[in-house]
Design a protein around this ligand. Structure first.
Ligand SMILES: *Cc1c(COP(=O)(O)O)cnc(C)c1O
Ligand code: SF4
Length: 328
């Protein structure tokens, strides 16, 4: 992580790209810093400004545009914050933010404005988590979310597992992470020892948006996790210029399956300020999704969802709707 590229000039040079993107990138990193780890950079095609991996991390001048409907907290996180780092939106599942650090900065991130400094559930040996569980005996699943929880060291993660052995109400621990994708060596011996020490089932939800993100190192990391019994799922975001074609979605699902991961969610973009250039109009999203459903076995079709503040669950889009037989 320490070696990640944080200077737009260095990013453009590493990919043999012209300096015409530099001023815009410099302006945008003032809003949200650039961060691209080298193992991820290595999967981008040189000289290609449209590379689907580069598009996810390239700061653009358009991030400064003020767009109606796009704000700092598009999914109502602040309202759901019941204690520092503890978000309670859905029944039985509590989401924890334990760090603001990420191994990569995704320009479309809906938490790019999240005040992590006041929201650390790992503080004081996860004390606020234990208090929350004691007050809410119906919570059965904890979800470690972004920032990226695997930026935490095994010491912190072990404290969490120890506390959970005393609280059998929690049946599953879910980890939402992009680290094993962008820096696959994160899945090292120490991490695997932690995985094997878990007394409760682990679910890992990877965040992969394009088939090109899955290389040999990612497949190897997934094989280790699967061999240790971790359930591997993926969530992606539907992003203009990255994966907004039926072909890209079909290839993603096929590549996920080949790596031992099942597609879980395909999220419509959360309208976070600075990310409007990634939006795919809903009509096009539905048509694209119908085409994808026609080309894949059901178990390789993710659920197309949108998060709506205040809703009791992620809201399904298009599911079961009698759409006309449009192909993109
Ligand atoms: C998405 C989300 C969850 C998990 O929802 P699932 O539908 O179970 O994946 C839990 N808590 C919060 C705050 C979320 O945003
Ligand atoms: S929280 Fe996830 S989506 Fe947001 S910048 Fe970090 S890795 Fe990317």
């Amino acid at each position: 992580m320490a070696g990640a590229i944080t200077d737009p000039e260095e990013l453009l040079a590493a990919l043999d790209l012209g300096r015409e993107w530099l001023d815009g990138a410099r302006a945008a990193v003032a809003l949200f810093p650039l961060r691209v780890p080298h193992p991820y950079l290595a999967r981008m095609r040189k000289g290609c400004i449209d590379d689907p991996l580069l598009r996810q991390v390239l700061p653009l001048a358009s991030e400064h545009q003020v767009v109606a409907g796009y704000g700092p907290d598009p999914v109502g996180d602040m309202r759901a914050l019941v204690a520092p780092g503890i978000l309670q939106k859905y029944e039985g599942r509590t989401l924890l933010t334990a760090t603001g650090a990420c191994a990569v900065h995704c320009r479309y991130c809906f938490r790019r404005h999240f005040p992590y400094a006041q929201a650390n559930a790992a503080r004081d040996g996860w004390r606020t988590v234990w208090e929350h569980l004691d007050r809410n005996p119906d919570v059965q699943e904890l979800i470690l979310s972004g920032g990226d929880p695997l930026t935490l060291g095994e010491d912190r993660l072990t404290q969490l597992l120890h506390g959970l052995t005393l609280r059998p109400q929690v049946r599953r621990l879910r980890i939402h992470t992009r680290l094993p994708v962008v820096i696959p060596s994160r899945v090292d011996d120490a991490f695997m020892a932690w995985v094997r020490s878990a007394a409760l089932p682990l679910v890992m939800v990877l965040h992969i948006n394009h088939a090109q993100e899955i290389d040999d190192a990612v497949r190897m990391a997934m094989r280790r996790l699967r061999a240790a019994g971790v359930t591997l799922l993926n969530q992606a975001v539907l992003l203009a210029g990255v994966n907004d074609s039926a072909d890209a979605q079909v290839q993603l699902s096929e590549a996920l399956f080949a790596a031992g991961i099942l597609p879980y969610y395909l999220h419509a973009l959360d309208p976070v300020a600075g990310a409007a250039h990634f939006a795919v109009p809903i009509e096009r999203a539905l048509a694209l999704f119908a085409a994808v459903e026609g080309r894949l076995p059901g178990y390789l079709v993710p659920k197309l969802v949108q998060e709506q503040a205040g809703a009791p669950a992620k809201v399904r889009l298009g599911a079961g709707m009698a759409l006309p037989n449009r192909v993109q």
